[in-house]
Design a protein around this ligand. Structure first.
Ligand SMILES: C[S@@+](CC[C@H](N)C(=O)[O-])C[C@H]1O[C@@H](n2cnc3c(N)ncnc32)[C@H](O)[C@@H]1O
Length: 347
């Protein structure tokens, strides 16, 4: 049935019927549009290495960059980086502020486009990968958990959400990779393995080595229990990344934790315990500074891995990744025991 609404910029005329209707309102709220060239380079490098195989498996993978901000520069950079991985990848930048979409439109080209939207992800097929950086910072913690659920529900069956936060310059960053849980509420694949066995290793605790991307699936089955909510978000890994020459200690990264963790950096929470242990390992690794901050970081990560479930084998871990100033752990290493999931997002 046709709506009687007259045309306006917010009104759509559907070509197949001639009907006029208002498009659904994007889910979420407009927030500050701060961005800068190259600030997401650490996350993009990680996406290329860790999720490159996932993208290569698809015929024409769709990648969404949610909340690209005042300028589409980081979306264009992501597109350039992913075209090297897959020459037919399509990247869609989605932004909830119509003025920012209009600013981005002239940057469109084959394979790269921009459109108005929100957490509902208005794209024509489920994306293989969604990158959402510095988008949830200005939402409440409960809203951030709800956004995870909403975004993961829109993914392709094997798709991933990479949601994170970084400093203005990108020198401090952290992100979480999530997938969708299986329809029966169980994780989509078996538990993975990591070196180390600290508190919170849960289903990942093992003395083996991570063998591949599938190995971390199931990490979000908090404490190994079944989650009763089907089809929602399954957080799998958490990554900390820093420009090492300017890092005074690993806990400097606390202010760049994703929204679901940043308020949990208090005694009694796993993420607080992890950062404190990492600081102790960093202090113990001080003698390695004579060989440079990379060597100190690598040694600190190795010390941390003695009692925390650091992922130690490619693609998530190992010397080559640690030398970049990264460390990745299963989500269970930081998962809060109690989460405040609100039923719906702010209108
Ligand atoms: C701080 S900017 C981040 C820009 C870029 N991603 C970066 O990291 O440099 C956050 C942007 O997310 C947008 N945003 C917030 N909520 C959104 C939503 N639900 N859907 C789409 N965009 C959203 C805001 O309007 C803002 O432009």
């Amino acid at each position: 049935m046709c709506s009687a609404a007259g045309p306006s910029p917010a009104v759509l005329r559907w070509p197949h019927t001639g009907c006029v209707s208002r498009p659904p309102r994007p889910e979420g709220v407009i927030t500050r549009g701060t961005t800068a060239p190259n600030r997401l380079r650490r996350a993009d490098r990680w996406i290329v290495s860790v999720h490159g195989p996932l993208l290569r498996r698809a015929e024409r993978p769709l990648v969404v960059d949610l909340g690209f901000g005042a300028s589409p520069v980081t979306t264009a950079e992501l597109f350039g980086r992913l075209r090297v991985v897959h020459p037919r990848v399509e990247v869609v930048g989605i932004e909830i502020d119509p003025a920012r979409v209009a600013t981005a439109k002239p940057r469109e080209r084959e394979g790269l486009s921009f459109r108005l939207g929100g957490f509902e992800l208005p794209v024509d097929r489920p994306p293989t990968l969604v990158r959402a950086f510095n988008v949830l910072r200005q939402y409440g913690e409960g809203e951030a958990w709800a956004a995870w659920e909403r975004l993961c529900a829109g993914l392709a069956p094997d798709g991933v959400l990479v949601e994170g936060t970084c400093a203005e310059t990108g020198r401090r960053a952290s992100w979480v990779t999530l997938g969708a849980r299986g329809a029966d509420g169980t994780p989509t694949a078996g538990a993975g393995r990591s070196t180390g066995g600290g508190k919170g290793a849960g289903a990942l605790r093992d003395t083996g080595r991570v063998q591949g991307a599938d190995a971390v699936r199931g990490a979000g089955a908090v404490r190994g229990r079944r989650d009763p909510r089907p089809g929602g978000a399954e957080p799998r890994t958490v990554t900390l990344a820093a420009h090492l020459p300017t890092l005074s200690r690993p806990s400097d990264l606390a202010e760049r934790l994703p929204k679901t963790l940043i308020h949990r950096n208090v005694p009694g929470e796993r993420v607080h315990e992890l950062l404190a242990a990492f600081d102790r390992a960093w202090a113990a690794a001080a003698p390695q500074s004579v060989f440079g901050p990379r060597q100190r970081w690598v040694t600190a990560v190795q010390l941390l891995a003695r009692d925390h479930p650091v992922l130690t084998a490619p693609p998530y871990g190992g010397r080559a990744r640690w030398r970049l100033g990264e460390v990745t752990l299963p989500w269970s290493a930081v998962a809060p025991d109690q989460i405040s999931l609100i039923p719906s997002l702010r209108e």
